[in-house]
Write a protein that binds this ligand. Structure first.
Ligand code: PHE
Length: 453
């Protein structure tokens, strides 16, 4: 089935792939990481990680998907039918499913914040207690409460079902064609607004200030981890989406375009957040992931004119970024069950999405009523995050590279990268060398380093 389904246009396939890559990692992880790891110095290392490792690994996944036209498991099977390499695809598919179960919850939080910005409820308590305390209470209520977070993650699940059922062109591609340009417009709009704030230049200095003394081996590890997460590598997403790329798609151009757009969003986010936050007193805590987005930024909005307008617009931006990522995650499992069990798309969607109602409820409740359930001293949400992101994702990426570099015939990878010898002849040799040697070794080193941490 997947072999015949295709994206309708180049813009559409790029919008969909960028939609997966751009997510909460760009918004709340990148700016804080960059700032605390040496600003512009980190940025340079990050760019090197994306260019030297991220793009080649992305190309390995693209080649596998586009070359076989199959889902993340089927693509391994079709190239090595009697071998066990499909396990790598299965690990990636499972990783994306587990990530989806908590990503749906976070997407739900952004929906709650969006809604409460529109109704004004988010700001109703401003003035009755200290600003930070007020928003911390709000965050507790919206994240650890029992029914609001559940309900909003179910709404996200419903949207996923709606889009996925419509299929690749009429669902995923159409949604991305509308939402991604909207997201970029919102970003540029916010950036202009933020840069006209009185303390804008201090904020930019704070973000970009190159501090090479902060660069250590750990910085490099962090930069590479961030690059892989941000580019959605190792989760079967890029294999699945590229199975819908037409044969004529230039894979190297596509990988570079997607990576540059993903990086631009991360940098723009920093240029929005730091000038704004700088103006309203910043400490290291105010930068931490969820706190930055759900406490610090509402404080900033509350101190600005047109509070609800800015706040609603910002959480809309976040919602769009999160939503397109959930769809890409859900498509991995959907393509897999449809292909493997020969289900119609409609049935496949239900099979994939219904268990997520239970899984995401568990993740959501583990923030509040079920927080006493601990697995290796983490709650369910954090445990899934650690296992899927820090363990399964790098393992899948390593085996994907080894598979393409060593098991599949040389002609296959070369043919995909050069479109049968027509383009990118010189670059392809370098990319293949990275896929064969550098990528598996370096990812393994990082995996081990993380474990020893
Ligand atoms: N790439 C996304 C981001 O930067 C994260 C993501 C992870 C997306 C897993 C899909 C799947 O936030």
């Amino acid at each position: 089935m997947a072999g015949k389904t295709q994206f309708g246009s180049r813009i559409g396939l790029i919008a969909a792939t960028v939609g997966s890559a751009v997510g909460l990692g760009n918004v709340w992880r990148f700016p804080a990481e960059a700032q605390s790891n040496g600003g512009a110095a980190f940025l340079l290392i990050y760019i090197a990680c994306v260019a030297l490792l991220g793009i080649p690994v992305m190309l390995a996944e693209f080649s596998l998907g586009r070359g076989t036209g199959k889902d993340a498991v089927g693509s391994f099977v079709s190239l090595a039918p009697r071998k066990k390499w499909w396990v790598a695809g299965a690990v990636a598919t499972l990783a994306s499913y587990l990530i989806l179960s908590f990503y749906l919850v976070v997407a739900g939080w952004t929906l709650e914040y969006f809604w409460q910005s529109i109704t004004g409820e988010l700001y109703a308590g401003v003035g009755t207690e200290g600003m930070e305390t007020n928003f911390r209470h709000q965050m507790d209520h919206l994240i650890t409460g029992s029914w609001e977070p559940l309900l909003s993650s179910y709404v996200i699940i419903a949207i996923n079902i709606f889009v996925l059922m419509k299929g690749v062109q009429k669902g995923i591609e159409k949604m991305s064609n509308i939402l991604m340009p909207a997201l970029f417009l919102l970003l540029v709009f916010f950036c202009i607004a933020s840069l006209t704030l009185p303390q804008a230049s201090e904020g930019l200095k704070y973000f970009f200030h190159p501090d090479f003394s902060k660069i250590t081996a750990e910085t490099v590890i962090n930069a590479l981890g961030q690059a892989f997460f941000s580019l959605s590598l190792g989760m079967g997403i890029l294999i699945t989406y590229s199975a819908y790329y037409p044969k004529k798609t230039n894979l190297i151009n596509t990988a570079v375009t997607v990576s540059v757009l993903d990086l631009s969003v991360a940098i723009l986010m920093g240029m929005i957040i730091f000038p704004a936050v700088m103006s309203f007193g910043l400490n290291d805590e105010s930068l931490e992931g969820a706190t930055l987005v759900f406490v610090t930024l509402p404080e900033v909005f509350a101190s600005m004119p047109f509070t609800r307008f800015w706040s609603a617009l910002f959480f809309l931006l976040l919602l769009v970024a999160a939503l397109t990522s959930t769809i890409s995650l859900a498509e991995v499992a959907t393509a897999f069950v449809c292909d493997r069990f020969k289900l119609s798309r409609r049935k496949g969607c239900w099979v994939v999405m219904l268990p997520l109602v239970g899984l995401s409820s568990l993740c959501s409740l583990s923030q509040g009523p079920l927080s006493h359930i601990r697995i290796f001293s983490q709650n369910i949400f954090d445990f899934l995050d650690t296992v899927a992101t820090n363990l399964m994702l790098p393992v899948a990426a390593i085996f994907t590279c080894l598979f393409l570099g060593w098991i599949v015939s040389k002609k296959f990878l070369y043919g995909q990268l050069t479109n049968k010898g027509r383009v990118n002849i010189k670059i392809s040799a370098a990319v293949i060398a990275i896929i064969k040697y550098a990528a598996p070794v370096l990812i393994a080193v990082i995996l081990i380093a993380k474990f020893l941490e």
